[in-house]
Ligand binder design. Structure first.
Ligand SMILES: Cc1cc2nc3c(=O)[nH]c(=O)nc-3n(C[C@H](O)[C@H](O)[C@H](O)COP(=O)(O)O)c2cc1C
Length: 498
């Protein structure tokens, strides 16, 4: 019987739970949501509220990288919803850097369709909120290279003993094998080419009409793994200057080649922790590691389960000097330690059971984000970790904003479940308890499900968005049959079209 962690019907019970767990210094709930509706200036643009939608990939584009029918549906729902900052999902800068075959991918052939979708998102916002509503709305594009998590084959920037042990690579005969000892690391020249590709994609993203460009540096994709590359020799490893070289070059070149019209942004890990695996009773436990730990970012190298924000703080200062105007704070690795980034009630299908109370995970997000936001009070930051709080997420966001712990609160899974929560909050004065995310990880299960003709199922909210229930059942069926990416399973595709 799965453990129930969330037993907090009232704000009082949530605060009592936080006290019991020793996190009442950071977890608080305010009944008054007014602080969330105070405008905030981001990169010289006033935005109308302090509620953001985090990047949430639906894995529902075409094999050609263009948005698909479900991508459009999702973006339009986000546009109509009322958050004034829509942080668009991961968009690959290169086909070989996609995390799955349906991830959006920016190239000459996809730019027009992407531009139409961005415009349709604005139109939906205007229709729901009035003719001038887009004046204080920002929509961003998250530029990504998936690095180690590229779907065709891992493209790594350093060898990492604990992560390599959990990384599979294509083997002879089409199967997957453990990463061999001589598996290649991307060369310095490869990284220079990737830098050029980021520039090319940034130019295309501006043609799509995005307001800001996010250089994704979180969740251990390529630029995030680079931040942790203490053991890589040469110009991209070792010192903080080297580990941030590629990213700083990209920011600098976007600024010099595209001018100030391109607002710079980044989503960055505050803390990577270490990879986990299933331990006794399937409970998550760290994979074996040695210290000093040289393979993560934002950790105490003598105890990498403990955050050390000295470098993240310093690097944020460097990015601010380069003109980065807004920072979205996250943590962890969704493949190897998902409980850090996405506190959950029930783990994803392939993951371990929670090694800690999810409220401790939420509190870690709030505490670390507050430390960084308070270090740079005039640089707006967006916090993560709100969805597991269910119907308390607005009250906790309001308390954090009121206390100056964060400028803007973002929701990820919560926006899949309930994209128009701002509308209810404004019109009724409260959100609808029945529509909130319950963090049972079915959206992540869909992301992991590959057994259809396209090699990837689309992701969405199974419990709260009726559309995804049947897709989920087909996906789990395919998962249980052991179907591998690329196998033909037309029934799934036909079903999805209906
Ligand atoms: C289905 C799914 C898709 C996601 N896609 C992205 C993405 O494209 N880019 C990104 O930075 N994070 C992505 N995330 C992480 C979320 O943005 C967010 O950090 C995470 O869900 C925790 O926030 P929450 O508690 O509000 O859900 C994704 C998460 C899920 C579950």
């Amino acid at each position: 019987m799965a453990k129930t962690w969330f037993h907090f019907p009232t704000a009082e019970s949530l605060c009592a739970g936080a006290k019991e767990l020793g996190v009442d210094d950071v977890v608080a709930a305010d009944a008054d949501s007014a602080p969330l509706f105070e405008p905030v200036v981001v990169g010289g643009r006033k935005i109308g509220n302090r509620l953001a939608i985090h990047p949430m990939e639906g894995c529902d584009g075409g094999l050609d990288g263009k948005p698909g029918e479900l991508t459009w549906r999702r973006w339009i729902r986000f546009g109509a919803g009322g958050c004034k900052l829509i942080w668009g999902e991961a968009v690959a800068i290169l086909e070989e850097g996609r995390a799955n075959p349906r991830q959006l991918w920016l190239h000459e052939g996809s730019v027009d369709e992407m531009a139409r979708m961005v415009e349709a998102t604005r139109k939906a916002h205007r229709e729901a909120w009035g003719a001038n509503a887009c004046d204080d709305l920002l929509i961003g594009c998250q530029l990504t290279h998936s690095g180690r998590y590229s779907y065709r084959r891992p493209l790594i920037v350093q060898r990492d003993p604990a992560l390599d042990a959990a990384t599979l690579v294509p083997g002879p005969g089409g199967g997957k094998i453990p990463m061999p000892a001589d598996y290649p690391v991307l060369s310095d020249d490869d990284l220079k080419r990737i830098e050029d590709q980021y520039l090319a994609a940034a130019k295309l993203a501006m043609k799509c009409g995005f307001d800001f460009l996010d250089l994704k540096q979180c969740h251990r994709y390529l630029c995030s793994e680079l931040l942790a590359s203490h053991t890589r020799p040469g110009p991209y490893g070792g010192s903080l200057e080297n580990r941030t070289r590629l990213q700083r070059n990209i920011f600098g070149r976007i600024r010099s080649e595209l001018g100030k019209s391109a607002m710079l942004a980044t989503r960055i890990n505050m803390f990577d922790a270490v990879p986990y695996m299933k331990g006794a009773d399937n409970i998550g436990t760290p994979r074996p590691y040695t210290t000093p730990y040289k393979w993560s970012w934002g950790v105490n190298e003598n105890n990498p389960l403990e955050p050390d924000l000295r470098e993240p703080r310093q690097y944020i200062g460097m990015m601010k000097d380069l003109g980065v105007a807004v920072i979205n704070l996250s943590m962890g690795n969704p493949y190897s330690n998902p409980h850090y980034g996405r506190p959950n009630e029930k783990p994803p299908l392939d993951a371990y059971e929670n090694p800690e109370h999810p409220l401790i995970g939420v509190a870690r997000h709030f505490r670390l984000a507050a430390e960084l936001q308070r270090a740079y009070p005039d640089l707006p930051m967006i916090g993560t970790g709100y969805s597991w709080l269910q119907h308390h997420f607005i009250a906790c966001a309001a308390a954090n904003v009121r206390r100056g712990m964060i400028a803007i609160a973002g929701v990820g899974r919560g926006a899949f479940a309930y994209p128009d929560f701002v509308k209810d909050l404004k019109e009724k004065g409260h959100i609808d308890d029945k529509q909130v995310c319950i963090a049972v990880s079915s959206c992540t299960a869909l992301m992991r499900a590959k057994g259809n003709e396209l090699g990837q199922f689309p992701s969405g909210c199974v419990p709260k968005d009726k559309f995804y229930g049947p897709i989920y059942r087909y996906a789990i069926n395919a998962f249980n049959k052991g179907n591998k990416p690329g196998t033909v399973n037309s029934a799934d595709v036909e079903h999805e079209k209906k």
